[in-house]
Design a protein around this ligand. Structure first.
Ligand code: SF4
Ligand code: SF4
Length: 462
């Protein structure tokens, strides 16, 4: 295959006389060696959610890699059709798990997305809605203002009015979609903050810093507070640095490389001032990005070692609890409920965290784990995917909701806020509005002796 040579960026139609024409510039194009690892065996196809939906070769990992190969060789350009197939990828990494040849599709998709951002011009309305999303979502302060607005409109009954047919035509599509996905919120919840410091219960076993996140800090403050309590109950001294920035996950997964790297550097600088054993995360998407900082900043001489040291300390909250519980079991109360556990892609496929949440939930007396078919097939949330590709996201959400309903569960749990919102919306569409909670909330309820009804009574996104 044609190697991509060094030098200034060369894009199809803008080649130097002595250069190979290629659709990519020279800043981290999809690595030809990684592309060549694919032997086109097709073992990944049944694992790929978009291939499951549409049965289209170019919407499979193998097809997308072939398109990268052809684009690198200059046999195709970065046109609308090609970008459509790459854009339709959820970045769920199920194909990485399924591939017997060890193809690192995760790295390939991380390399191709910034190339799309640099060389493909999306229609103006798509650019406008993406710009609006990225002006708000990764900004904790703006997210909290948005969450407050959602809480107020809900309290005044305006969300219902927004959904009335005549008004719907006046509301932009992205806003309607955000409204569909936004959870029910109480202003008091949005305003209450996670304490900046929690002492361990009993002897201190470790000292951790917690990421509060951007979307998480606005829509899931109750999960952040439960996480801090559960960690403290297991012997952790918990630090919650104030004024945290977003971790950059949403932007890096969308190919917005520069702002994402800026956020990564900010967070590293903030966390490295603390004397801690681990950086604990309760959101799968954030955790997988933070474990990847070392790779994202590998060619930055000032940050490479610092980023690698940061990544080495990142743990999902369920990893920490599974490890600590062995040493210091907290007293757990009965929680008689049948629960379906959904494997968030960025926890199961990207971080390999599958057993720990199940093991932790399995310790809660009387909690029963239901069999959930296709528990590790993407629910369609995938960062901003359910906002920018609503039809595919809904199809996957409906498939997930049908499986949850068939499991006979009374409650759905997943270690990622985006999945919780996406599955909750799908369950509601299916007429099966189960409560959805983070696993840490179940553990928190069991430690505090709260009744299941309290979890089930939480307001849903209506
Ligand atoms: S990505 Fe892996 S599993 Fe899929 S076709 Fe290529 S080699 Fe086979
Ligand atoms: S990351 Fe997920 S959606 Fe994308 S090609 Fe792989 S399996 Fe398919």
């Amino acid at each position: 295959m044609t190697a991509v040579s060094s030098g200034p960026p060369r894009v199809l139609g803008h080649t130097r006389p002595d250069a190979v024409t290629t659709a990519f510039d020279d800043h981290h194009p999809p690595d030809p060696a990684l592309i060549a690892d694919c032997v086109h065996c097709g073992f990944c196809l049944p694992a790929c959610p978009t291939y499951l939906l549409w049965g289209e070769e170019m919407d499979s990992p193998r097809g997308r890699i072939l398109l990268m190969d052809l684009a690198a060789r200059g046999e195709i350009g970065m046109d609308r059709e090609v970008v459509r197939h790459w854009d339709a990828c959820l970045g769920c990494m199920a194909c990485v798990d399924a591939c017997p040849s060890g193809v690192q599709y995760n790295r390939l998709v991380e390399q191709v997305r910034p190339q799309i951002e640099r060389h493909f011009t999306r229609p103006w309305h798509v650019r406008a809605s993406r710009a609006a999303l990225f002006a708000v979502l990764p900004n904790p302060r703006r997210m909290r203002s948005l969450a407050s607005a959602v809480a107020v409109t809900q309290a005044l009954g305006l969300r219902r009015a927004l959904r009335m047919k005549p008004l719907q035509r006046l509301v932009p599509k992205t806003v309607r979609r955000l409204d569909d996905m936004a959870p029910s919120l109480r202003l008091a919840d949005v305003r209450s903050r996670t304490p900046h410091h929690l002492r361990p219960r009993g002897q201190r076993i470790m000292r951790v810093a917690m990421l509060t996140g951007c979307v998480q800090d606005a829509f899931f403050t109750h999960v952040n507070r439960a996480t801090a309590r559960v960690l403290a109950a297991h012997g952790c001294e918990v630090l919650v640095p104030p004024l945290q920035s977003c971790c950059g996950a949403l932007e890096i997964h969308a190919g917005r490389e520069e702002p994402a790297l800026r956020r990564m550097r900010n967070l590293i600088a903030q966390m490295e001032t603390l004397d801690i054993d681990h950086i604990v995360v309760n959101s799968a998407g954030c955790g997988s990005a933070m474990k990847g900082y070392g790779a994202f900043l590998a060619d930055d001489p000032f940050w490479a070692a610092r980023a690698a040291a940061f990544s080495a300390r990142v743990r999902d909250v369920m990893e920490v609890i599974a490890e600590l519980d062995v040493q210091l079991p907290a007293r757990l109360h009965s929680l008689p409920v049948r629960v379906a556990y959904h494997d968030a892609c960025h926890l199961a496929h990207a971080q390999g965290v599958r057993l720990q949440p199940r093991a932790v939930l399995g310790r809660i007396p009387d909690l029963e784990l239901a069999d959930l078919k296709e528990s590790d097939v993407c629910c369609g949330s995938a960062g901003i995917y359910n906002l920018v590709a609503p039809q595919a996201a809904d199809d996957l959400g409906d498939r997930k909701a049908a499986n949850v309903a068939a499991s006979g569960a009374e409650l759905l749990t997943a270690g990622n806020g985006g999945c919780l919102l996406q599955i909750q919306a799908a369950l509601r569409r299916a007429g099966h509005p189960l409560p959805v909670v983070h696993p840490v909330e179940l553990l928190d309820a069991s430690i505090r002796g709260l009744p299941v009804a309290q979890l089930q009574a939480r307001p849903r996104n209506r």
